[in-house]
Design a protein around this ligand. Structure first.
Ligand code: CS2
Length: 452
């Protein structure tokens, strides 16, 4: 008897590859749980295909090509459910630069989305493009606009050079990362990269390129072997490109896009005039507590968000952080209460195992936007920001190598912060985060409270 078990997911009937009108950088799990999910579910999905490029590696590209670019999304709610996502029309490795420029040169392509993490935009501490780290790409593009580049700003500018040369018209950037004012941020790095490569491109960008900010939210851990097994049980096939996520999802986009976009509002994305309250609510309450958990949790022996939040001491630290940060959110008390309750339930989701090392990565990029704003606001109001300082104190141990290994966009500098005594590290960390040195005593005491 031969088995009819399919080997992998296949494109569902009626979901042929849609024409590519979105080019995306960063083929990670979050993108496939979030942006692809919204594009899959919008009313005009048949008109909007995504061509996605992996940022650095070729992860998932081969698997996705084998299975018509479709993959399984495992949604871990009270009951697990699976969906086949078919919004990808093409996938490419980071090295396929001709294909990248080809999409930009196509007038059909209207949007550039990205999910490349905070560090992917290659900014310095002041938020400008770090020209020293993109110098090689600048040199390549000056010599040859079709030359191979590796940084995201380099790729964006290579794409725009191709678009200008092809006369393909306006285009819109819509970044999907956890940063503040993401549209303005990308405008800055793209414009600064353009100025370094070809100053004439700057005015072309001003005239032709839109940049929208967005707040994105869907907790998307690394899939575990048990998740892959669950996908196989529920679908009958193996899917090495499967993604695991939670039921909750949110996408809030600021303003109107300069060029056509999918009707994402039909999939419950929100379009708002002012993104800032949404960004602050998410970055401070969700991501801020995530970072606190990521650095403090391992000091109490926890490896996942779910384990850490089940520890009453850690949960108390999270609640204290939420009290502190919520004071600066211009939102009704009831809304904040409901959001906190929903966060707690999301962190407790027993079907997810969100490893803290995932969240601990890139603290240099995350703490300044997740924790430091509340810390400074408290200082300005003459209050002691104990919960924020506890997150910093936990990071002190992290950079000293006591919890999960350091993995940071500014690796060498961050590792060096851990040199010397604990007091030295506290001094280094405060200086690195541009915080007042007179916080030293409070941070050192909180660090010692963790023990060790
Ligand atoms: C996490 C986020 O990686 C991190 O630091 O805080 O990936 C978080 O899971 C998402 O922002 C949730 O939307």
């Amino acid at each position: 008897m031969c088995s009819h078990r399919p080997l992998h997911p296949t494109r569902p009937a009626g979901r042929d590859r849609a024409p590519v009108r979105i080019v995306h950088l960063g083929l990670g799990n979050f993108f496939r749980a979030h942006t692809c999910w919204y594009t899959e579910h919008c009313a005009d999905a048949a008109d909007w295909g995504i061509a996605a490029f992996s940022g650095r590696t070729a992860t998932h590209v081969d698997a996705l090509r084998t299975q018509d670019e479709v993959y399984t999304l495992l949604i871990q709610g009270p009951e697990p459910t699976v969906e086949t996502i078919s919004a990808l029309s093409a996938v490419h490795t980071a090295a396929e630069s001709d294909a990248w420029r080809g999409y930009f040169a196509s007038p059909e392509v209207s949007l550039v989305t990205s999910s490349i993490t905070e560090g992917g935009y290659v900014r310095d501490a002041a938020g400008n493009l770090d020209l020293t780290r993109v110098a090689a790409d600048v040199a390549v593009l000056r010599a040859d606009p079709a030359g191979p580049v590796t940084s995201a700003p380099g790729k964006f500018v290579a794409g725009l050079l191709a678009r200008r040369a092809a006369g393909a018209g306006p285009i819109t950037f819509l970044p999907c990362d956890n940063v503040v004012s993401s549209g303005a941020m990308v405008r800055t790095v793209v414009t600064q990269m353009a100025a370094a490569v070809d100053p004439g491109l700057v005015s072309w960008i001003e005239a032709n390129v839109g940049f929208n900010s967005a707040m994105v939210d869907r907790i998307t851990p690394q899939p575990t072997p048990a998740d892959f097994r669950r996908v196989a049980e529920l679908t009958g096939y193996d899917d090495p490109a499967a993604v695991v996520t939670e039921p909750f999802t949110e996408w809030v986009i600021e303003g109107t896009c300069r060029t056509p976009r999918p009707a994402w509002e039909t999939a419950d994305a929100q379009f708002v005039a002012d993104i800032v309250p949404f960004e602050h609510r998410k970055l401070w309450l969700l991501n801020g507590s995530h970072s606190l958990l990521a650095y403090a949790g391992p000091l109490r022996g926890h490896a996942t968000v779910q384990q850490a939040i089940a520890d009453p001491i850690v949960a108390g630290w999270v609640e204290a952080w939420w009290d502190e940060a919520a004071a600066y959110l211009p939102l009704p008390e009831t809304e904040i209460r409901a959001y906190r309750a929903s966060l707690l339930a999301r962190f407790q989701n027993p079907a997810l195992q969100d490893v803290l090392s995932r969240i601990a990565a890139d603290g240099s990029q995350k703490l300044p936007i997740r924790v430091v704003p509340t810390l400074r606001a408290d200082l300005d109001h003459g209050r002691t920001p104990t919960a924020a300082l506890r997150a910093i104190a936990a990071w002190v141990w992290h950079v000293r190598g006591r919890s999960t290994p350091v993995n940071d966009a500014r690796q060498a500098e961050v590792v060096a912060l851990g040199d010397g005594t604990l007091d030295d590290t506290v001094t280094n960390v405060l200086a690195f985060l541009d915080l007042p040195g007179d916080l030293h005593g409070a941070v050192a005491e909180l660090a010692r409270d963790f023990g060790g």
